[in-house]
Write a protein that binds this ligand. Sequence first.
Ligand SMILES: [Zn+2]
Length: 343
Amino acid sequence: MKTPHTALATAALLALSFTSAQAASWRTCEGAALKWNGNRADMFISTTSFPANSTWDSAMQNAMWHWNNVKGAGFNFFVGRDTDGSSSPDNGRNEIYFNASQTGTALAVTRTRYHCYWLFGWQRGIDETDIAFNTSLGWNTSAVNYANLGSPFHFESVALHELGHALGLLHSDGVMATMNSFYPNGGSLGQFKEIDPLPDDRLGVRSLYPDGTTETDIAGSAFRRTGSGTSGLVSSPASAARGSTISIGVSVANLGTSTRSFNIGFYLSGDSFISTGDRLLGTNTGASVSSGGVLTFTRSLTIPSNVAPGTYTLGFIVDNNGAVAEANEGNNGQSMPRTITIF
Ligand SMILES: [Zn+2]
């Protein structure tokens, strides 16, 4: 005879470095995944912490939408308002709020209540999840700043991570993932710095809530997995002489549901935006990444000797010849996380 029980588990997002190796994972109950039985969760955003229609509220709703938008997965967050200024881990409402006393030194904590017991068959499922953000820390709701990956912390990035816990995912360390335990998790995608679940995260939500739909999307990133298990910026030179050969770090994420092959063009731009109209420095043909994967490599490039001295942006465009029809064509261009001064 099994003893009926419910459990309350806590997951904290830290701002430290750590070593471990793991990929997308979730709790199980007698061999089956612990998840929301209705493939949905109604999330009540505290209007005391995050006023309705504020930048905080928008960032939180954007993060929910990005999880909902993952194809191959049928899970959906729905937005509610929590206007009473209080919260409880066992009131049957999924609440999102600022509370420094619940987080300790972590950036944020998601508490999940679930059940797993036998009663004429195994009864299992998530019952409630609450997300507390550490209000004693500095936060920002503007674009990711490559030059500062510490405080003030990027609210939407952390929101996307905590919502991953809320739908049932655990940490995924040792890979470039939103569900990495350590800020800045997997970072943003493309030169518009979109905060979107990364390939490993998408494998996770597709495993928990498969719906058979498909998507095609490959994206550039200025981040890479680092040896410490978290993510850091790709390398690129801050300066170079005309005619010299330099090398840059490249990451390409396959957000889609199947393996993709594509070309990559490398460019030098006179402004901060990489486009196919910029000076082409080289092309890689036939790169390939499987679903759930991130391709990371270093590319050598020669700075043309006839470029005028000045400050430029190096970068690349995934599928620069437009051969792959993608769900999101806006995340293909990726600038290096720093400018280059050519002399
Ligand atoms: Zn976490």
